[in-house]
Design a binder for this molecule. Structure first.
Ligand SMILES: C[S@@+](CC[C@H](N)C(=O)[O-])C[C@H]1O[C@@H](n2cnc3c(N)ncnc32)[C@H](O)[C@@H]1O
Length: 279
């Protein structure tokens, strides 16, 4: 079953949190000369037009990136992400929004390489064409969970792994954490970023339990919920587990989260930032 298309959701509030963290992590990786692997297990199309029928149908970006792109009170920690989005657009007009490969492309240097997995037949076509002239990229139409395990540890022992499943299948919740636990055994110093939606709280609780009963250390959990948990259908919040986060990330998120609540939140929005497992 492959019905999920990220084009409907590009630039929404979940992307803002996920991609601002990805930007900060990748910027941190480039502070050292030594090369690194960027591994994206669920890549999507790479770049999205916000004027196409998909984005226009849901208008999700209007409650996400569109609300902050032109703001004049951006916290310093959010600036690298906002500058990146602006650099892909003309002035303050918002026409394009990058997917995670589009963000990585801005950071991957000659000594680094990116490894991008995607299964959907249409999105793999878009991704392949997006990466055509990007010679540090390796695109594969195959399962991203297996892809991660086949590539680690990177030769340089430096790497960032983004796991961003569509969660169309309930098994993704467990499979994603299980993949990190397995990967960690082979590459315990890598940085792993796992995105999750808050749809049913018990599914998130199970992920937390799977992490805390594993051998994985140094896990930060960040969450931003637009509305309280509910039994109704739909995503109320967004979160990330970050294994081995850069040391300043907690402080950076402490300034980003209240800003997102102010700009993208509703009356009863909330956020949390928890060192789930210590180093
Ligand atoms: C949430 S989207 C990814 C968005 C992207 N990471 C970003 O931030 O722009 C999830 C993608 O995973 C793809 N997908 C689903 N199952 C997969 C699998 N097992 N391996 C690789 N890709 C998969 C879907 O087709 C979809 O494009």
């Amino acid at each position: 079953m492959l019905s999920y298309r990220h084009a409907f959701h590009a630039g929404n509030f979940a992307d803002v949190l996920k991609h601002s963290v990805l930007t900060l992590v990748l910027e941190y990786m480039t502070r050292k000369e030594k090369g690194f692997y960027y591994i994206d297990s669920h890549s999507g199309a790479g770049m999205y037009s916000l004027n196409d029928d998909y984005a226009q149908k849901t208008g999700e970006y209007k409650d996400g990136i569109a609300k902050i792109i032109a703001a004049d009170d951006i916290p310093e920690a959010l600036e690298p992400y906002i500058e990146l989005i602006k650099s892909l657009n003309d002035h303050s007009e918002l026409n394009y929004y990058p997917g995670s490969p589009g963000i990585a492309k801005q950071f991957v240097r000659r000594q680094d390489s990116s490894h991008l997995f995607e299964l959907h037949p249409t999105d793999i076509e878009h991704l392949t064409s997006f990466c055509q002239r990007w010679n540090k990229s390796h695109v594969k139409q195959s399962d991203g969970y297996q892809g991660i395990l086949s590539l680690i540890p990177p030769p340089s022992r430096r790497g960032v792994v983004l796991i961003d499943p569509p969660y169309e299948l309930k098994e993704d919740y467990q499979k994603a954490v299980k993949t990190i636990i397995q990967a960690y055994k082979k590459f315990a110093t890598g940085t792993y970023i796992l995105w999750y939606p808050v749809v049913k709280r018990e599914l998130v609780d199970k992920m937390v339990n799977d992490f805390t009963t594993s051998d994985v250390k140094n896990v930060l959990q960040v969450e931003f919920c637009q509305s309280p948990d509910t039994d109704e259908y739909g995503m109320t919040g967004t979160g990330l587990f970050i294994v081995n986060p850069p040391w300043q990330l907690t402080a950076q998120l402490e300034s980003i989260l209240p800003y997102l609540k102010k700009k993208l939140g509703q009356n009863n929005s909330s956020y949390s930032l928890t060192q789930l497992i210590e180093e």
